[in-house]
Design a protein. Structure first.
Ligand SMILES: [Zn+2]
Length: 315
């Protein structure tokens, strides 16, 4: 049941086998048709409301010092994107401490995913999320965890290799569970996190610990944070959330409990909503729920059975 997740299908072919071959990256970079996404400090260079995909002639002749160059993938068929099918996308992740480059085209600004992604196509979204994930990893994993030597990038940016002991290291992803809790009367239990405004409600999430299954983590986190016991779980879908490196595994969790006990550490309050009640509260501006890019929203709407309308939506 993956239809409820935003952008469920892979729209960039990562060329996982080819990208490890010697000379792959050189071949891509020497072609006139490849395009480059520029990334710095968790932000992508934009062209209007979508990421800028720069042609090679716009870029400086020499790759800026310290830039991490990574192959993102080939635009797949049927995307209807401004970039034609088969275009190779490459990431330039500039060092965080470098000045903003002077070769940025006029009007180009850098933006964070959350601030701009609502206007994205699937290709824009996939490129940005991949760029964010791999840039975060390179920035924080420069040394070998075994011997401390400086590692060398390989496989078009998808591996780092230790020159001392030959060990190979791959981008890290931390699994997390996110659960929409449904009661025996079919109402949903949403939580208000202590870091949010008082009227914002969402699903409950937490990290999977070592040696723990996703289901065990879901039962544990829900018991800890809102004090209800889940007797069964249905996996719905997942979403890469590289802020900094999570993979969110989305579930519907079912409980026979009717009284929630917020932990007051992470969760300030929890509230049951029937479908009509939630829609009315959102429309009235009384309650805010997660934004449409999030798996939290997808899970809530999966339970709801359709899109939830917000005050700003056009009729
Ligand atoms: Zn090493």
């Amino acid at each position: 049941m993956i239809e409820s997740t935003p952008f469920p299908e892979a729209v960039l072919d990562r060329q996982c086998e080819q990208r490890s071959e010697p000379g792959f990256m050189e071949k891509v970079l020497s072609s006139a048709s490849h395009r480059v996404m520029v990334f710095q400090r968790g932000q992508a260079l934009m062209a209007g409301s979508t990421p800028a995909f720069l042609a090679p002639e716009v870029l400086p002749d020499v790759t800026p010092e310290g830039t991490t160059v990574v192959y993102l993938g080939k635009v797949g068929p049927g995307q209807g994107h401004v970039l034609p099918q088969g275009t190779d996308l490459v990431l330039y992740a500039l060092p965080d401490d470098a000045d903003e480059p002077d070769w940025v085209p006029d009007g180009g600004t850098f933006a964070r995913f959350r601030d701009v992604a609502v206007n994205f196509t699937a290709v824009d979204e996939q490129a940005f999320v991949q760029a964010q994930a791999v840039a975060n990893w390179h920035a924080s994993h420069r040394h070998c965890p075994r011997c401390g030597s400086k590692t060398i990038m390989d496989a078009a940016g998808w591996m780092r290799r230790c020159p001392q002991d030959g060990s190979q290291h791959f981008p890290r992803t931390d699994p997390a569970v996110i659960v929409a809790i449904v009661g025996s009367d079919d109402r949903i239990l949403l939580a208000n996190n202590r870091q949010w405004e008082n009227n914002r409600y969402s699903t409950v999430a937490g990290f999977v610990e070592g040696g723990e299954s996703a289901e065990q983590a879901a039962v544990r986190e829900i018991a800890e944070e809102v004090g209800v016991h889940l007797h069964s779980l249905n996996y719905i879908s997942s979403q890469a959330w590289p802020f900094p490196q999570s993979l969110m595994l989305g579930f519907l969790g079912h409980t026979a409990d009717t009284v929630a006990v917020p932990d007051n550490v992470e969760v300030r309050g929890a509230r049951w909503f029937a479908r009509g009640e939630l829609q009315s509260a959102v429309l009235a501006g009384e309650v805010q729920i997660s934004h449409r890019l999030s798996i939290a929203r997808a899970l809530i709407e999966h339970w709801y059975g359709g899109a939830i309308v917000e005050p700003g939506d056009k009729a």
